[in-house]
Design a protein around this ligand. Structure first.
Ligand code: DP6
Length: 340
C-alpha cells in the first residue's frame, strides 16, 4: 500500500531568539523564544511510506541528501516510525521505508531558517502519510525534535515557543500568539550570501553554552524580553517590538562573540546593512533589523515603508536580493505535485 502526503510550511524569523539548549538530544531550549512565520520562505515536502525493505530515499531540492544532513532526517523519520509501530499503523520492525522529496523556495542553510520550514513540513507530511493525525501542539513537539525552531513554524503569524519543564519535552512546544491577518507588517530579508554557512546553528549554540561567559546573562534576560515582545504584539506597537528585536539579536550575537573560539557570522556587508537600517530609521522609516546564525540581515518594517526600505537595502553593495514577506500561515497539507 502506498501512503503519501504533501505539506507546506513557512520559515520563521525569531524576534526573541532561541540560542542554547538544556537538552541537546531532545532539542529542549534553555529559554522561551518568539517568532514571526513568513509567507515568502516556503518549503514543500512530499512523503511516501512503503512497506518494502531498503533505505529511506531523500531528495532535497532535487539532490540526494548525504552525510549528516541525511542522518538528521533519517533519525527524525525513525521517530515517526516509532509512532507508527505504537499506533499499529505498521507492525514490521524497522519498516516502513520513506521516500521524501523536499523543495525550498529559497537558499538552504544560509541562515534563512530552512531547517525550521523543512522539519515543520516534514513533520506534517510524514505523520499524515502514515495515517497519524497529531494535534498542532503534538506536531510542534515532533517538529522540535528535527530542529528546535521548526516547532514554531507549525503555527502562522506571531508565535511563542514555551520552553516547558518536563524531562521528556512533551510541554516544550509552540503556541500561536497572533494570527497572520491580524497585523500587517513586513519582514524583508537582505540576502548577502547564498552559500551554506561555515558553522551550523546547532554546533554554534552548543559551543556558546559550553564556552561563553555571557551565556548566563543571556539566559537571564530572555524572559524579560519575551514579556516586552508579547505586550508590543498585543498592542500592535511596532517600534517597541522592533527595538526589542534589534537589541535581542545583538545580545545573542554578543554571547557567541564571547565564546572560545568565537563565532562570528557577520560579513562586512552585514554591518553595512545594520547601519543602513539605522539611517533609514533616522530618515523616518519604521524599520528594525535582526540577524540569525548567518550573515543575512532581516528587517522588520511597517507595510507603509516596504518599498522605500527595499530600495534602501538593495542600493548597498553586496546585497544580492531582498525577499519580502508578510506574516505567513502555519504548516498545511497541499495537493501533491504531479511528478515530472
Ligand atoms: C539563530 O533551530 O536551527 O535561528 O534546534 O539545533 O536545529 P537546532 O537549532 P535551530 O536554531 C535557530 C537559531 C536561530 C534563532 C531562532 O530561530 O530562534
Amino acid at each position: 500500500m502506498i501512503r503519501q502526503a504533501t505539506a507546506e510550511a513557512c520559515a520563521n524569523i525569531a524576534l526573541v531568539k532561541y540560542w542554547g539548549k538544556r537538552d541537546a538530544v531532545l532539542n529542549l531550549p534553555a529559554t522561551g523564544s518568539l517568532s514571526l512565520t513568513l509567507s515568502g520562505l516556503v518549503t514543500r515536502t512530499t512523503v511516501t511510506w512503503a512497506e518494502d525493505p531498503g533505505d529511506d530515499a531523500i531528495l532535497l531540492d532535487g539532490k540526494p541528501a548525504a552525510g549528516a544532513e541525511r542522518q538528521r532526517i533519517v533519525t527524525f523519520l525513525d521517530l515517526v516510525r516509532e509512532g507508527m509501530q505504537a499506533s499499529g499503523a505498521s507492525d514490521r520492525p524497522g519498516a516502513p521505508r520513506a521516500s521524501v522529496e523536499s523543495v525550498n523556495g529559497f537558499p538552504r542553510a544560509a541562515g534563512l531558517a530552512s531547517s525550521a520550514s523543512g522539519f515543520a513540513a516534514l513533520a506534517l507530511a510524514s505523520t499524515r502519510a502514515a495515517g497519524l493525525e497529531l494535534a498542532d501542539e503534538q506536531l510542534s513537539v515532533l517538529a522540535r525534535r528535527g530542529s528546535g525552531s521548526a516547532c514554531r513554524s507549525i503555527f502562522g503569524g506571531f508565535v511563542e515557543w514555551l520552553p516547558g519543564s518536563a524531562a521528556d519535552g512533551q510541554d516544550s512546544h509552540a503556541v500561536p500568539l497572533l494570527a497572520p491577518e491580524a497585523w500587517d507588517v513586513r519582514m524583508l530579508v537582505a540576502v548577502l550570501a547564498e552559500r551554506p554557512k561555515p558553522k551550523g546553528s546547532t554546533d554554534a549554540m552548543n559551543h556558546t553554552v559550553a564556552t561563553s561567559p555571557y551565556f548566563e546573562a543571556w539566559r537571564a534576560c530572555v524572559p524579560g524580553d519575551l514579556d516586552i515582545a508579547r505586550q508590543a504584539i498585543a498592542s500592535r506597537d511596532l517600534a517597541r517590538l522592533g527595538e526589542l528585536a534589534e537589541s535581542n539579536a545583538l545580545r545573542m550575537h554578543a554571547t557567541m562573540l564571547a565564546a572560545r573560539p568565537p563565532v562570528l557570522y557577520w560579513l562586512p556587508e552585514t554591518v553595512a546593512a545594520m547601519r543602513r537600517v539605522r539611517e533609514l530609521r533616522d530618515a523616518g522609516m519604521a524599520c528594525w533589523f535582526t540577524i540569525d546564525a548567518g550573515p543575512n540581515v532581516k528587517v522588520l518594517c511597517d507595510a507603509a515603508f516596504e518599498a522605500a526600505v527595499i530600495t534602501g537595502l538593495s542600493d548597498l553593495p553586496g546585497v544580492l536580493r531582498v525577499i519580502s514577506s508578510r506574516p505567513g500561515p502555519g504548516a498545511r497539507l497541499v495537493p501533491a505535485l504531479v511528478s515530472s
